[in-house]
Design a protein around this ligand. Structure first.
Ligand code: SAH
Length: 354
């Protein structure tokens, strides 16, 4: 039993079955035993690998996008460059290096990193430098013009699940069956979501915490010039389905297998996210796949340029990295990219491209 499992059992014994959003928040964010607090999850040696860790070109192309967005905002002499969930800080360091091609961008950028894990904050500080400011939430980032990026951040923000049972929705919770933690339906009908249509056995996911963050981004884009780029795995159109998953050492494991010791995420509903951004006051642009985004931003040319400087072995690695990011059977289709801007700004490239 993991130490966190003991804590979760005690809560269930005294308070009853635990909602999935609370379970997820504890598994990922418990101050001592939460997944992101305690361990180094990233890379081949860790539990999962993210796009910035696969190729430096990923962060570089996002850097070019950010520089273009800053120019489209009127190149303000001071603006907030915000990243949500920067992980090991690789995306931001690649972004900053590439964005140097845009005169004035680096000098105008005030770096704000939203990160709850003290351990990851330390790693980010070492890679990016102490010039950035760290925040627990977006709420404390100073008001002003903003360019915001978030890669694989929203999938880690907790969700709730409801399952249709005999014509009514019930909430799925973590409870205790005998000796083991298990996910099951609560006896009581849920209060939320009863109006949603559905068939028996169908599961729907509610991500209020995600909508709250997207709403806050939208409100900031409405108050000041700015743009945001959200990248994650998920679906363009809201749809029923159970997408909660736990991953350890690059393998799927049961959600309740080892609380605090595996990554726990769910697919991002981009339609829901876009709605929340617009409700906050931003304009959103039809989402595209990671494949379309990276190829239109010049991934092939950048990979070729890097390969030209590399030996044969390295060049082979760069090719494989590119394939991993854009192949339809790998990350290319599953990962989606959503842009939002202040109302009145033009649709940013490469959104809306054929
Ligand atoms: N963007 C990085 C890391 C993705 S993992 C990459 O692409 O490699 C998710 C990141 O979000 C981690 O840095 C994690 O610590 C952070 N995180 C998770 N939940 C968070 C929350 N509620 N508030 C702020 N950061 C959070």
């Amino acid at each position: 039993m993991t130490p966190l499992e003991g804590i979760i059992r005690e809560i269930i014994v005294t308070e009853g079955p635990m909602r999935l959003d609370r379970y997820m928040a504890l598994c990922l964010g418990h101050p001592e035993y939460g997944y992101y607090m305690a361990r180094d999850a990233f890379g081949e040696e860790g539990d999962f690998i993210t796009a910035p860790e696969i190729s430096q070109a990923f962060g570089e192309l996002i850097g070019i996008w950010c520089a273009a967005a800053w120019q489209a905002m009127g190149a303000p002499v001071s603006f907030n460059l915000v990243e949500l969930g920067p992980g090991r800080g690789i995306l931001m360091s690649d972004l900053l290096r590439a964005a140097k091609v845009m005169p004035g961008f680096s000098a105008a950028a005030n770096l704000h990193l939203v990160e709850t894990s003290p351990r990851l904050r330390e790693i980010q500080k070492r890679r990016i430098g102490a010039g950035a400011k760290w925040h627990d939430t977006l709420a404390t980032v100073a008001e002003g013009p903003m360019v915001l990026v978030a890669n694989e951040f929203f999938d880690a923000i907790p969700i709730r699940q409801f399952e249709r049972h005999e014509g009514r929705w019930r909430e799925r919770c973590v409870g205790l069956v005998g000796e083991s933690l298990t996910i099951g339906l609560t006896e009581a009908e849920s209060v939320a979501g009863q109006g949603a249509p559905g068939k028996d056995g169908e599961t729907i996911e509610f991500a209020l915490a995600r909508s709250d963050i997207a709403g806050e981004i939208g409100a900031r884009l409405a108050r000041h010039p700015g743009a945001s780029l959200i990248i994650d795995y998920g679906h363009f159109i809201s749809a029923p389905g159970d997408t909660l998953q736990a991953v350890r050492k690059h393998e799927h494991v049961p959600i309740t297998a080892a609380p605090g010791e595996c990554d726990l995420t769910s697919h991002v509903d981009f339609e829901g996210l876009a709605k929340a951004l617009r409700k906050g006051g931003a304009a959103t642009w039809p989402g595209i796949t990671q494949r379309m985004f990276l190829l239109a931003m010049g991934l092939e040319a950048r990979t070729a340029a890097l390969s030209g400087l590399a030996d044969e072995r390295m060049a082979g690695m760069l090719q494989r990295a590119m394939a991993r990011l854009v192949d339809e059977s790998q990350m290319g289709h599953l990962f989606k990219v959503l842009a939002a801007t202040s109302p009145g700004l033009a649709m940013p490239y490469p959104f809306g491209q054929p």
